[in-house]
Write a protein that binds this ligand. Structure first.
Ligand code: SF4
Ligand code: SF4
Length: 345
């Protein structure tokens, strides 16, 4: 069922939901952007519908709400340890279709990868409920249609905001939040999804026997000079899941402190450095090759699924300080793979 509410009515509903939920949405943070006097759109807890940024995509993805940049796992002393606690409330997250798909990719990595689920991820993920945000036309770098993430039915609520008319159309996809809207006028509303993007990713069909040739491709070498290994592309990616584990002592003797995990990524320096100082992928070209294959080959193979890891959200293209476009890299790889296929005929 779908309903119509005013902004004021929706804010009253938010007020009562906040007894049991923390509500997160993309929000405009003033003067904290990458350049002077620019804003940043980022996920933050909201108290009213007016705070939701609808016109611009968030720089960081919603994963930071339940898989934060820094997470304390447990506190320790020389006598034992105490696991970190989390809040009781559930999480209601406004998210776009590609991001909901991206979170499903994270679920595979943290919950379906081997025999043990990641308990620190699971305890937060179990709290998450989605409100689907419509995208309208999307943005320049979106490639959700290429990655088949432009549509989803995995949400509890969907909303269309019509600020000029002081109206919000709400679809209650499940019964979870239905009671909050039952007294409101029923309307005929279903969310609309993007059907075509300006950007396109041509995903190569890679087979294992092609990998030695793919490793040797000249195209990777360009990134030795273009990429600076800042890792910004990893940080904003909804599907990047890697972290470092660090002990932070509270005392000089180091016997009490906390163990934290902190995001890191395959493009960062030291990501593959092991004891003795050897790094397995020191060259930026090697890191780029690894990241690209991970996003459009390894994940699909590892989990035996139809889905690639990349969901085509386009954030990595937008954030790269050297204007390196990931969709362009995958398209170049597609052309190279087509050549390899021809040679093999
Ligand atoms: S690789 Fe880039 S386009 Fe793909 S999911 Fe990550 S940030 Fe989005
Ligand atoms: S954001 Fe750009 S420069 Fe930075 S690591 Fe990624 S590809 Fe390289």
């Amino acid at each position: 069922m779908s309903y119509e509410v005013s902004y004021q009515e929706l804010n009253q509903i938010f007020d009562s939901l906040r007894l049991h939920y923390k509500i997160y949405a993309p929000k405009r943070l003033h003067n904290v952007g990458r350049y002077c006097n620019t804003d940043m759109i980022r996920y933050e807890e909201i108290r009213s519908a007016e705070e939701i940024e609808l016109k611009e995509r968030s720089v960081y993805s919603p994963k930071e709400v339940f898989y934060p940049v820094n997470q304390t796992l447990f506190h320790y002393t020389e006598y034992g340890y105490l696991e970190s606690q989390i809040f009781d409330k559930d999480l209601l997250i406004f998210a776009r279709s590609c991001d909901i798909h991206g979170i499903k990719r994270l679920d595979k990595v943290f919950l379906e990868n081997g025999t043990t689920q990641d308990p620190y991820y699971k305890r937060m993920r179990d709290k998450v409920h989605f409100v689907l945000l419509e995208c309208g036309e999307g943005w320049e770098s979106c490639a959700c249609c290429s990655m088949h993430t432009n549509k989803t039915d995995d949400y509890d609520l969907a909303m269309r905001f019509l600020p000029e008319e002081n109206k919000v159309l709400v679809e209650c996809k499940t019964d979870l939040f239905k009671e909050s809207f039952l007294q409101k006028p029923a309307v005929d509303f279903k969310p609309e999804f993007v059907e075509k993007n300006k950007s396109e990713i041509r995903v190569p069909e890679i087979t294992e026997d092609m990998l030695p040739q793919i490793y040797q491709l000249d195209m990777w070498k360009e990134y030795n000079s273009r990429c600076i290994g800042c890792g910004a592309c990893n940080s904003v990616c909804i599907t990047c899941s890697c972290f470092n584990t660090v002990d932070t002592p509270y005392t000089e003797n180091g016997k009490s402190g906390e163990r934290r995990r902190t995001w890191t990524g395959c493009m960062n320096d030291d990501f593959t450095t092991v004891n003795g100082g050897h790094a397995f992928r020191d060259a930026y070209a090697d890191r780029m090759r690894f990241k690209t294959l991970h996003k459009v080959y390894d994940f699909k193979k590892r989990f035996n699924t139809e889905d690639h890891m990349c969901v085509g959200c386009g954030r990595c293209d937008d954030v790269c300080p050297n204007n390196i476009s990931f969709s362009h890299i995958v398209n170049r790889l597609y052309d190279e793979v087509e050549k390899i296929k021809e040679e093999k005929k």
